[in-house]
Structures are given as C-alpha cells and as structure tokens.
Design a protein around this ligand. Structure first.
Ligand SMILES: [Zn+2]
Length: 236
C-alpha cells in the first residue's frame, strides 16, 4: 500500500515509515491480585530490546498489516504460570496440540493472541527466559521470546505467506532434508518452521549445541528458500 497525498489536483507519494506502537509489561502478583507494571529492570530491558529488534526490522508492507493494533509483551514471574496472566487465564485447561503437546500452563511463552474485544496483540513470556543472571532458564536467554514473536509476526503481519512456507516445509520433509535445530519440532508445523527460522535469523539458538545452525549462514547453505521468505518479512 502506498500513501498518496493529493493537493490541488496534484498527487504526491508520501514517504511512509510506520512506527509500531508497542509496550512491555510485567505482571506482579500479590495475594489474590495482579498488577500490570512497566518493567525497567534488566528483564524488561531485554524484552524491549528483542521486541524492538524484531518489530523494528519488519518490512514496511508487513508493519502496515499491524496498523491499528498495539503489540504487547507480557512478562510473568518464574513463580507463576503463563495462564496466571489475566489475558491468558482461559487457556488454563487447554493443550497446545501438535508434536510437543503440552498444557499452556506449563509453557515459558506462546505466540501472540489478539485479546478479544480489543486491538491488543499480546505475547506472554516467562521472566526467567529473559534473566541473564538466573540459571533457571530452560533455553538460552532470549530464545523463547524471539521464537514466540516469530509466531506473532507470521500470524498477524504475514499470514498470506503461510501456504507458501508450508509448501517449503512439506517438500523438505518429502526430500528428507535437514531442519534447523531439533528436526522433529521444527518440521512439525508451518508455525514452528517459521518461528525457528526467525530464531535463526536473529541468532538465538534453541540450545547452545545448535549455535552454528541458528545463523543466516546456515540458512543460506541449507535452507535458502526459507531464508528468502524470512527476508521478505524482516529487513535483515
Ligand atoms: Zn512455537
């Protein structure tokens, strides 16, 4: 989409640069109540850095698909579950389905959802996965949020690409080709294939073991078609 300004019969294309409005919130639980706060700690700063990196790198045409939406990252403390967040409470009894079928309540994060009745797209993340001083994270710091924001981007800024990316995934399976990181997980759905591709593009491996795979170089050498799709979304 291009913005055209018209003045006295003359049309002029406007320079377009869309700023995505976004916020990072932490949730504090005390007694029975939950409070939403702006997080200025190292954890909040890390979340902001990752989100700004990903959303700031979106191609203009992709940002446009988010016009009118507010993008949120919601951080929950390590003592709480994802489904303790008010906006995710109704997933409490649900399972994710798929290859790694788990309870939502056990997850360190999940892809963004549009909160019903609002313009807010919220992505939840456990504080522990952003805390460089903690040894309790299940994954290298920053991986989970990068992966989950990859889901958020595909679902809300690039849903039109899904069939094409799924075709790539299926043809790799048919040709018995290698997938990024944990093969069984990465190849399981178009969503995981894309989210892991996003993690690779932003150099955040699922495990230290795979540090050489989560790079643009690995994608160039091994899955150039996925890289081309990633680069049609992220300016990177
Ligand atoms: Zn995922």
């Amino acid at each position: 989409m291009r913005l055209i300004a018209s003045y006295k019969g003359e049309a002029k294309e406007l320079a377009a640069s869309t700023i995505i409005r976004g916020d990072v919130y932490s949730y504090q639980f005390s007694g029975g109540s939950v409070t939403q706060v702006r997080d200025h700690t190292a954890v909040g700063t890390k979340a902001k850095e990752i989100s700004a990196n990903i959303f700031g790198s979106l191609m203009e045409s992709r940002k446009r698909q988010l016009v009118g939406k507010a993008v949120e990252v919601q951080i929950f403390p390590s003592t709480k579950k994802l489904t303790d967040l008010p906006d995710f409470a109704d997933l409490d009894d649900e399972n994710t389905g798929g290859e790694a079928d788990r309870d939502y309540s056990s997850l360190p994060g999940t892809g963004g959802i549009l909160i019903e009745g609002t313009n807010r797209i919220a992505t939840p993340i456990s504080a522990v996965e952003l805390d460089e001083r903690s040894d309790d994270a299940d994954y290298p710091i920053g991986y989970v949020l990068t992966h989950e924001l990859g889901h958020t981007v595909l679902d809300f800024a690039a849903p039109d690409l899904e069939p094409k990316i799924d075709e790539l995934r299926k043809s790799r399976i048919a040709a018995q080709q290698d997938f990024l990181g944990t093969d069984s997980y990465t190849r399981s759905t178009v969503d995981e294939y894309w989210a892991e591709g996003t993690a690779a593009l932003f150099n955040t491996p699922i495990a230290e073991l795979y540090i050489n795979e989560y790079t643009g170089k690995w994608l160039t050498d091994n899955d150039a078609k996925l890289l081309a799709q990633l680069k049609s979304v992220y300016l990177k």
